[in-house]
Design a protein around this ligand. Structure first.
Ligand SMILES: [Zn+2]
Ligand SMILES: [Zn+2]
Length: 276
């Protein structure tokens, strides 16, 4: 198994209480070659709630700084004895366009190998997970989502564009949602990522769902390839150890079917290709 470049440990507020050492043991049992720990840093809630004159709630959890420091320290401590696995220090930064200067500072932290840039929420709104879709104008919501992803893609604070279709993930009837009106902005996102030498992620988090899907789906991965996309990463987005590497053979096969013969990994933000 080549890679799982998007995983969460006990430092992420929504993950199981698994340590990095637990994950290393599981990765070596699976024969995983590259694993990145990428705990959540929501850049718009990096400091404690008081800093923003706000209050912590179930929907708005603050102090990502503590997550980052805890996660990076634990990964650094384990990197010396994880062989044969290669353990990478990553971060999943949410909402980069809401504070690109702070995101740039984290990107340049010397411990960090790779940054996944994600949009989990629109400015002033909760995570898409918490939205009441009955009361939303869904095409407008999804259009706003992709506009925000484009703003993220235009920054330089990420290496990998995370789960491109996250804004669709919790739609009541996701499979029926027609992406056609959004293809121009999606193409613009892909062109931007390609021009900047960044990567797109094929995220298999929802392969465990009753109606399984990936973010994005294979048609968009093919589209990325057709536009000249070269850098692709695979990930489970595991929030507990049992999902590390989950159905990675399915993701690898999808990547091949979309025209990729190599996958991409990052060490200190430098991409390198691995035959698939
Ligand atoms: Zn995410
Ligand atoms: Zn994640």
């Amino acid at each position: 198994m080549i890679m799982d470049l998007h995983t969460h440990t006990r430092h992420s507020p929504d993950a199981a209480p698994d340590t990095v050492a637990d994950r290393i043991a599981a990765a070596n049992r699976l024969g995983l070659r590259y694993m990145a720990v990428t705990d959540h840093v929501e850049i718009n809630r990096y400091y404690p709630a008081e800093y923003y004159h706000s209050k912590e709630t179930e929907q708005f959890i603050y102090d990502s700084e503590a997550v980052f420091n805890g996660s990076a320290a634990e990964v650094a401590a384990e990197q010396a004895h994880c062989a044969p696995l290669i353990l990478l220090c990553g971060i999943e930064i949410g909402q980069i366009p809401q504070d690109p200067a702070l995101a740039a500072r984290l990107y340049h932290d010397p411990r960090v190998d790779l940054v996944i840039g994600s949009v989990h929420e629109l400015p002033g709104r909760p995570d898409f997970f918490f939205l009441d879709y009955e009361s939303e104008d869904i095409p407008a919501l999804i259009a706003a989502y992709f506009d925000e992803v484009l703003r993220l893609a235009q920054t330089d604070c990420y290496d990998i564009l995370g789960h491109l279709t996250y804004g669709l993930r919790y739609l009541p009837n996701r499979a029926a949602y027609d992406l056609t009106p959004h293809l121009p902005v999606i193409d613009e996102i892909f062109r931007t990522v390609i021009a900047k030498g960044k990567a797109v992620e094929l995220n298999g988090s929802n392969l465990k769902a009753a109606e399984p899907f990936t973010d994005p789906d294979i048609s968009l991965i093919r589209r990325y390839r057709t536009l000249g996309g070269r850098y692709l990463t695979l990930s489970t987005d595991a929030h507990e150890t049992k999902y590390l590497g989950y159905q990675m053979d399915v993701l690898e096969q999808m990547a091949r079917e979309a025209g990729f013969s190599e996958l991409t990994c990052f060490k200190k933000h430098r991409p390198f290709l691995i035959p698939l």
